[in-house]
Design a protein around this ligand. Structure first.
Ligand code: SUG
Length: 420
């Protein structure tokens, strides 16, 4: 029998892998396309990520992490018969550190929402992009260990193709408190536009069924095709939810009034904090990643929005944040963080984390962060992560050796060499 225990939200951030680079692999992701070919700084990228985790821990929040996957991925290179001199994009795909964006690792339904009272996790198949489609089996191997306590967790296989699933980035949960039963909102895209709609409605519906969600407490809504067209390749680029609050851009959803109505019908306590296009244009929201924020409940009960530094540099976004704080709404703090290396590939603070509501005592402690472990991670990263990668370095045997060794050192230091 599983007892409810001390259910809290734990953010599992992806540690940025040592092969982090800018290859312009994600069609429809404007930052990825516009930074294609830039030199990258994996060590700085990983340290920025640790800095963000440290900040949230210092605020009294539970923090976990997932590890970078093994790159370059020899299996991808072999199965696609990649010719390194000619197929540069495929080569880069096999080297991608994209598993850092753990909002795409899985969809998570906490125990209070599911029929069997367990927390269910379904890894995202990420089939739309070749560099991401190679992630899920190795991600699942980590989830199987981190959430291996079968009294409390069930880890499923990914939804089969061709229904694209991008995980928690297209999933929101509304609830009175993290430990109480919630309403889960799945956001899908309709295909046919200029850019791929990466989340298929049928994938969302399959995940809801797999997780044993109550249909009366599950809502399926369509992303605004204009938002996808403008570069919101995942819903979490234009909205985020926490407890009773839905923080969203006016143009996030296809039919906003009926979306709010549908959510409210299932969750009457809903509070919508909507940013109108007249205050922040869709383009500016996507450029600054205002909504790709971590909307967190602090131990005091107040909500804080952890946004990328880029928000502070935008006159319209920052003016809106200041007005919002002055208006005494439910979000009481706005906290900028530096995750620029990830941002340049289209990954903000929210992309870098997977939210799991669970009792920390039921999670494999090797995946939980403490101050001491953060220091240990910083030491390994400082010593072994490459400082800089230029696009022409991708494919070099010396660099392959460097990134494999670096990851190996991390696994050793965390007692997780089982992940190979
Ligand atoms: O899948 N970027 C990622 C960014 C993922 C952001 N995640 C969320 N919104 N939750 C993607 O598009 C770029 C890699 C490159 O171009 O090298 C990339 O994969």
């Amino acid at each position: 029998m599983n007892k409810p225990g001390n259910l809290v939200e734990i953010n599992f951030d992806g540690i940025v892998g040592p092969s982090h680079n800018y290859a312009g692999l994600s069609l429809g992701n404007i930052a990825s396309a516009s930074h294609r070919g830039d030199p990258s700084y994996p060590r700085a990228a990983a340290l920025q990520g640790i800095g963000k985790m440290r900040g949230n821990m210092a605020r009294g929040l539970a923090q976990g992490f997932l590890l970078p996957l093994l790159r370059p991925n020899e299996e991808t290179l072999r199965r696609l018969a990649v010719n390194p001199a000619e197929d540069r994009a495929l080569l880069a795909a096999a080297w991608s550190a994209s598993s850092m964006w753990t909002a795409n690792a899985a969809t998570v339904s906490p125990a209070p929402d599911t029929a069997d009272g367990k927390c269910h996790l379904t890894p995202a198949n990420l089939v739309t992009m070749v560099h991401r489609a190679q992630e899920w089996r190795d991600t699942k191997a980590q989830l199987d260990i981190a959430f291996g306590n079968s009294d409390h967790f069930t880890v499923h296989d990914a939804v089969p193709p061709s229904f694209g699933d991008e995980g928690a980035a297209n999933h929101m949960r509304l609830c009175e408190g993290h430990g109480s039963a919630g309403v889960e909102v799945f956001v899908y895209g309709r295909p046919g536009g200029r850019f791929p709609a990466r989340q298929h409605e049928q994938a969302s519906r399959a995940v809801a069924r797999l997780h044993g969600l109550d249909p009366a407490r599950t809502v399926f809504i369509e992303q605004n095709p204009a938002a996808i067209e403008a570069g919101a390749f995942h819903n979490d680029v234009v909205s985020v939810a926490n407890e009773r609050v839905l923080f969203t851009h006016e143009e996030a959803f296809a039919d906003r009034d009926s979306v709010y109505q549908a959510i409210r019908a299932a969750f009457p306590a809903l509070e919508v904090v909507e940013v109108p296009s007249s205050a922040v244009s869709l383009a500016e929201a996507i450029k600054t990643y205002l909504f790709n924020a971590q909307l967190l409940t602090l131990p005091s009960g107040e909500m804080a929005l952890v946004v990328p530094d880029e928000c502070q540099e935008s006159a319209s976004v920052w003016a809106w944040c200041e007005a919002m704080l002055a208006s005494n709404g439910p979000i009481r703090q706005v906290i900028p963080v530096d995750v620029r290396q990830s941002m340049a590939n289209g990954g903000g603070p929210a992309c870098l984390r997977l939210r799991v509501v669970a009792d920390p005592a039921t999670v494999d402690p090797r995946f939980l962060l403490s101050e001491a472990k953060a220091e240990q991670l910083e030491k390994v990263i400082g010593e072994w992560w490459p400082e800089q990668i230029d696009p022409s370095d991708i494919g070099l045997p010396e660099l392959a050796k460097t990134v494999r060794t670096a990851r190996g050192k991390l696994l050793e230091s965390l007692d997780l060499t089982i992940l190979g």
